[in-house]
Design a protein around this ligand. Structure first.
Ligand SMILES: *Cc1c(COP(=O)(O)O)cnc(C)c1O
Length: 432
């Protein structure tokens, strides 16, 4: 079968798995084993030669199974399936999104190197960059979605360390505001400090949009990172991560993973394969529901402003969106009229939607970034990124959209609006 003819969603049930090797089982079994039996000593020797890079891989040879920290069928088949969405040469899966991210940063940065990164990034990533990498003598420099290419280049030059730039690391859309960063612009920045000896790498955390709604490798990224806990896992029942890119770079990532020992286990691999079968239908439904929820919120008298990729008001952001995203996604944030009291009243009155952090699962979730996911961000920085006390974040799931809208509507109704906000609400209502 010519796999290249077929769309990824058609291959999620079969790609990379041979039933005849597993008693004809239609589904890949869970290979719950730590080690694998070699047929002969010669075979064991040959597997190790390849694993330790003592010889080149022969044509069509795939690495032999040795030990589950190095490889395991549930991980290898999952990795092969994941490459299809991003059209990547190779993939490495990890026991969490943070282990994928930290392994990549540790592998490709050395003391004295400079890391340029977009701010805000996921809280765990931010802590790893600011508190752990700097402890190893790595310099770090943040920029925001508002900064132009010229401003970023100026800041790099002013740092006096631009020639040490080793990686640009971005997260787009940014959590929780949905601000977009231009991947192509970041490639240009990385290229302007690359030379024949060393390529400045561009890594993109694509958790919010991937692997269906945005493909960073196609826009010049070297590495794509995922918290597979989110859309890829999709059922809020497993923690995992993934990294994709060229065979050459992922080979280096896998080597680091072998020695840090932070690969996912076979049970996680099996759960994620099961999740991938419904990835496209889940994400398609989630996006459709999110569009409907956003349409309901956008004119609601108790809502000040919504932050959703389907309702952008900035022309520069819209231009990036048109070029780089295939969908408006399923993360809807909004500013409620009022502050923390009104935001908490909304959260406490939701009936169907659960009050919890995380995102991308089948069930819809709501949270208050300023006091929850982003509580660790200094207040001035929070304000400057628009993470105010008014901001609420929704991860939209696969429920019936009318039920979601009913729940959001009834919770908003219970929010007692302060006299000021009520005046505006009446004004809007009388205009409508
Ligand atoms: C959740 C998340 C992570 C961390 O992933 P874990 O699987 O929780 O380790 C990283 N980046 C983004 C954007 C996330 O949402």
């Amino acid at each position: 079968m010519d796999y290249h003819m077929l769309k990824p969603e058609s291959l999620m049930m079969s790609y990379g798995y041979k039933p005849e090797l597993s008693e004809g089982s239609i589904k890949c079994p869970i290979f719950q084993t730590s080690t694998f039996v070699f047929k002969t000593a010669r075979e064991g020797k040959s597997f190790f030669e390849l694993a330790y890079g003592l010889r080149e891989k022969e044509e069509n040879e795939s690495p032999g199974l040795i030990y589950s920290r190095l490889n395991n069928p549930d991980l290898e088949i999952l990795e092969n399936r994941l490459t299809l969405w991003d059209k990547a040469e190779d993939c490495a899966v990890f026991e969490s999104g943070m282990s994928a991210i930290s392994t990549v940063l540790l592998k490709f940065l050395k003391p004295g190197d400079l890391l340029l990164y977009s701010n805000p990034v996921y809280g765990g990533t931010s802590h790893f960059i600011k508190d752990i990498l700097t402890g190893f003598g790595i310099d770090v420099l943040p920029f925001s979605a508002k900064d132009s290419q010229e401003m970023i280049l100026d800041r790099l030059e002013q740092s006096g360390k631009a020639q040490n730039l080793a990686m640009v690391y971005i997260e787009t859309p940014a959590n929780p505001t949905n601000s977009l960063i231009d991947i192509r612009m970041c490639r240009d920045i990385a290229d302007s400090y690359s030379n024949s000896d060393r390529r400045v790498l561009l890594s993109v955390d694509n958790t919010y949009m991937g692997p269906i709604w945005q493909h960073p490798l196609a826009h010049g990224a070297d590495l794509v990172l995922y918290s597979a806990t989110k859309y890829i896992g999709g059922h809020s029942d497993v923690i995992a991560g993934a990294c994709l890119g060229s065979r050459e770079l992922i080979g280096q990532v896998k080597e680091m993973r072998t020695f840090l020992g932070n690969m996912a286990g076979p049970w996680t691999g099996w759960l994620l394969m099961r999740s991938l079968e419904t990835l496209k239908v889940r994400m398609t439904t989630q996006n459709r529901n999110a569009e409907r929820v956003a349409a309901f919120l956008v004119n609601h008298p108790k809502v000040k402003r919504i932050h959703f990729l389907g309702n952008l008001d900035d022309p520069r952001q819209q231009e990036i969106y048109n070029r780089q995203c295939h969908s408006s996604g399923a993360m809807v944030s909004f500013d409620i009229k009022g502050g923390e009291t009104e935001a908490f009243a909304f959260l406490d009155n939701l009936k169907l939607i659960k009050l919890a952090v995380s995102l991308g699962g089948t069930e819809s979730l709501a949270e208050h970034p300023a006091t929850m996911t982003h509580a660790g961000v200094p207040p001035e920085e929070r304000e400057s990124h628009g993470i105010s006390e008014k901001l609420l974040r929704l991860s939209i799931g696969v429920e019936n959209s009318e039920d979601l809208i009913w729940d959001i509507g009834q919770a908003l109704e219970k929010v007692k609006t302060s006299p000021d906000a009520r005046k505006t609400a009446n004004l809007i209502l009388s205009e409508a």
